[in-house]
Design a protein around this ligand. Structure first.
Ligand code: ADP
Length: 357
């Protein structure tokens, strides 16, 4: 007994305490890892589509729809690719039993990659359902709206009416107009996104189309005390385009420029032949001296139904569909729509359209 006491001097005690601490840290680390694995498994199980976690090419975890993909070589290759590049890789996996899948591999920490698989056919079916739903509802809304607007117009201002009656009639007419525009925009978007959509192409002069659009909004510009001008480079070539759709693009951009520019400002529409990488394109810009678009809103303005924060809180009419429609039409023509803006100074939307060499 005295021998044992002699062996447990201060050094031995410190060693034993160190061992105990290491043991405690090890146990805590194992418990933490187990909890992390359980959290990861809960996340995987909550996903309705196949999801797997790889370490290199080796599967580490998966949910039950993911079990069928454990040995898939394409999935393993995407996981390894995301790990090497240390970034998200998205790739379509060729048809498996008639279905095409989109694989998204996201590099996690500690050499792990999560692969998520989306059934493209199901996604397309869902999109088609959503498109048809919007189209049908919009069609159903169109007739009653036309009736409401017609009756609001027929009521007119009757002598002896109280001011509040007149105000109510004006509100019905204005709101009816706003709803009709929204429904029209929804229908246009549904048509543009339909697989059956095609442009009605014919040779046209962009300059004529721009002059017409300017004329169409000139009263509005005058009422809002905004200067409106057109700046055309000489000798612009013709292009093959869908006249009605392109005019809609220019009107949407002009409408926004006039909406978001205060009185005393100016809007300039210009068109020229592109240079450098845009040499075979016409370049058209709608430039305003308005409020500009905050940098936080910029990534989203082309998204459906998005309205910048400033526009949402104010009585500025709009549905957040104008830019989405404009971008789809320009892209369908093989062109591009971009924006440059500075808050408090103004915004320029520029679109390009290819011309025949
Ligand atoms: P909206 O019907 O709201 O105008 P759009 O799709 O046409 O919808 O535009 C989306 C958002 O982009 C608008 O809500 C507005 O905040 C912003 N925006 C578009 N054009 C301009 C512009 N010329 N100046 C400032 N903001 C603009």
């Amino acid at each position: 007994m005295p021998d044992i006491i002699a062996y447990f001097g201060p050094l031995e005690l410190a060693g034993a305490a160190g061992l105990l601490i290491l043991l405690a840290i090890g146990t805590a680390w194992i418990a933490w890892r187990r909890a992390a694995h359980r959290r990861r498994q809960r996340l995987l199980d909550s996903l309705p589509y196949p999801a797997l976690v790889f370490h290199g090419r080796h599967p580490r975890a998966h949910n039950s729809p993911g079990a069928d993909w454990l040995a898939n070589l394409d999935v393993q290759a995407i996981a390894a690719d995301a790990l090497t590049r240390r970034q998200t890789v998205v790739r379509t996996i060729p048809a498996v039993e008639g279905q095409s899948f989109q694989a998204r591999a996201v590099a996690l920490s500690r050499g792990e990659v999560m692969v998520l698989l989306e059934d493209l056919a199901a996604a397309q079916r869902q999109q088609a359902f959503y498109r048809n739903f919007i189209q049908n509802v919009s069609h159903e809304l169109k007739t009653p709206l036309t009736v409401i607007q017609g009756h609001a117009a027929r009521l007119g201002d009757v002598p002896g009416d109280t001011e509040s009656w007149q105000a109510s009639r004006r509100i019905i007419a204005d709101e009816g107009k706003r709803l009709t525009q929204l429904v029209d925009n929804l229908l246009t978007l549904a048509r543009l996104e339909s697989p059956a959509f095609s442009l009605d192409l014919a040779p046209l002069h962009l300059s004529g189309l721009l002059e017409e659009a300017i004329l169409q909004v000139s009263d509005l510009a005058e009422a809002r005390q905004i200067g409106l001008s057109l700046n055309l480079a000489p000798g612009l070539p013709r292009l093959d385009g869908d006249r009605a759709r392109l005019k809609q693009v220019v009107l949407n951009l002009l409408d926004n420029a006039l909406k978001y520019t205060p009185p005393g400002g100016s809007v300039v529409v210009s068109a020229r032949l592109g240079e450098g990488a845009e040499a075979a394109h016409l370049v058209c810009a709608v430039q305003d001296t308005g409020e500009g678009i905050p940098v936080d809103d910029l990534p989203y303005i082309f998204e459906k139904l998005y309205r910048a924060r400033r526009a949402r809180g104010r009585p500025v009419e709009g549905s957040g569909l104008g830019l989405t429609i404009a971008q789809q039409i320009i892209r369908a023509h093989g062109g591009d729509l971009r924006v440059e803006t500075a808050v408090g100074h103004g915004t320029t939307f520029t679109f390009t359209l290819p011309v025949k060499p």
